[in-house]
Design a protein around this ligand. Structure first.
Ligand code: PLP
Length: 446
């Protein structure tokens, strides 16, 4: 094998070389076709090599690709911020955008702005952000401090801020050993206990992924969960940050996932689907309520990056958002997502290693168990998730490895989240390859 100087996620793995993409497919150096069943890391929301986006990239590159945000604003960044503020569900909140380059930066900026919001009002002790055990908010130190993803935290734990956490609304394995609705949403009410234990005067915000992604393979909370969370946040004057990095921009069949519960966050982190992977850009959306004391106070957001709000990325994100709108991809995601979920649920009936299938829109999670009835997870030695992902890849289907949602990181699961542009016959192809994959992997376990 040729010596590689690229540091890849798994140093010894022999990754195929991607040569080109078209629609929902990626082709490698041998022209082998892969159906992009996860949009990479739930990112390539409109598929690959879309001509309109290539044109927008080209046109912007001919004008200007970079200016420094402390020296210029640009029409592209201004228009993008305006477009995001006009998202129907949040338009009353007059949200302004702070642009960054990755989801990790977006959640970390959200945390900083929440802290600053209190500082500007003479409340500097409000610096803690409560999050959930089963969560992933990013890989930089601040974002990782917010995250409960054990596997990603464990090497750095001593450096991470010890932020308070509560249990996730993981109904398949309820952390309180109860079931909905008899549980009376203990998982949401736990937030109040955490606030009281710490003292509200120590807490800046609560952060949650509306639907848990990497750390829990698409955990959708039960009805009433976010209403209760919001009510507690308001009662104790805690800001609510929605990390929509994975769920935002149509992925769940609504432009923003919080729309499913009609609960408006104070701050929203966006990433991934915003530019659909064409160029790095992410955003922290801040409601006017939160901006007000900053505008009246220091008038500075003490954060930012060299590439923040660069016009090249802004132009691409604008083109992606236009494309989503013009092709009604949010509505398509709702309809095709329901079809995908139904097909996965049908498939699951024949394979006892599938313990649970869950999802919303085109974001589906499949959790695997060694015993269907006891829900006992596979031992780590079985390496089940990686076997499933690798077998699917060999068969020409890309799916995303995830944690099952068990605190501590045990359990196997995958996320299936194809581009929002996928058609029903392509979902049938995805299901066909996924079935072959499960058949082969389950057979190999006997
Ligand atoms: N927040 C959520 C919910 C995510 O799923 C991710 C990435 O998977 C991040 C934040 C971090 O985003 P990035 O990898 O772009 O830094």
């Amino acid at each position: 094998m040729k010596r590689s100087f690229l540091i890849k996620p798994m140093l010894d793995d022999d990754y195929p070389t991607a040569k080109y993409g078209k629609g929902i497919y990626i082709y490698d150096e041998n022209d082998k076709q892969y159906l992009d069943g996860s949009s990479g890391a739930v990112t390539a929301g409109i598929g690959h090599a879309v001509p309109e986006i290539i044109e927008a990239m080209h046109a912007q590159a001919q004008k200007i690709s970079f200016v420094y945000r402390s020296q210029f604003t640009t029409e592209e960044a201004e228009r993008l911020a305006e477009k995001l503020s006009h998202i129907e569900f949040i338009k009353d909140g007059e949200y302004c955008s702070f642009f960054v380059n990755s989801g990790s930066e977006a959640t970390e900026t959200a945390m900083k702005i929440a802290i600053q919001y209190w500082q500007e009002q003479g409340k500097p002790t409000r610096i803690k952000v409560i999050s959930r055990w089963t969560s992933y908010h990013g890989i930089t130190m601040g974002a990782l401090s917010l995250s409960g993803h054990s596997e990603r935290r464990k090497r750095f734990v001593s450096l991470l801020d010890d932020l308070p956490t509560i249990h996730a609304p993981y109904c398949y394995r309820c952390p309180f050993a109860e079931s909905f609705p008899g549980c009376q949403l203990k998982c949401a009410s736990e937030l109040e206990g955490a606030i009281q234990r710490l003292g509200a005067d120590q807490i800046a915000a609560f952060i949650a992924e509306p639907i848990i992604g990497a750390a829990g393979a698409v955990i959708v909370p039960p009805e009433g969960y976010y209403e209760r969370i919001k009510e507690i946040c308001e009662r104790y004057e805690i800001l609510f940050i929605a990390d929509e990095v994975m769920t935002g921009i149509g992925r769940t069949g609504k432009m923003l996932a919080m729309e499913h519960w009609d609960v408006k966050p104070d701050i929203i982190a966006l990433g991934k689907g915003m530019s659909a992977g064409y160029t790095p850009i992410a955003a922290t959306l801040v409601s006017e309520e939160v901006m007000k004391p900053i505008r009246q106070g220091s008038k500075v957001i003490m954060s930012g990056h060299t590439y923040s709000a660069n016009p090249q990325s802004a132009a691409v994100a604008l083109a992606v958002l236009d494309y989503i709108e013009r092709h009604h991809l949010v509505e398509e995601a709702a309809e095709n997502g329901a079809y995908l979920l139904n097909e996965l649920q049908k498939l699951a009936k024949n394979y006892p290693i599938i313990g649970d299938v869950r999802g919303k829109g085109l974001m589906a999670g499949v959790e695997f168990v060694s015993n269907f009835f006891s829900k006992y997870p596979f031992s780590k030695n079985v390496n089940l998730t990686n076997r499933i992902v690798a077998t699917a890849r060999d068969k020409g289907l890309l799916i995303y490895p995830a944690s099952a949602g068990i605190e501590g990181g045990d359990g196997d699961a995958v996320i299936i989240s194809p581009p929002l542009t996928i058609k029903k016959h392509e979902i049938d192809q995805l299901i066909h390859i996924f079935r072959d994959t499960i058949e082969e992997v389950q057979g190999g376990l006997m």
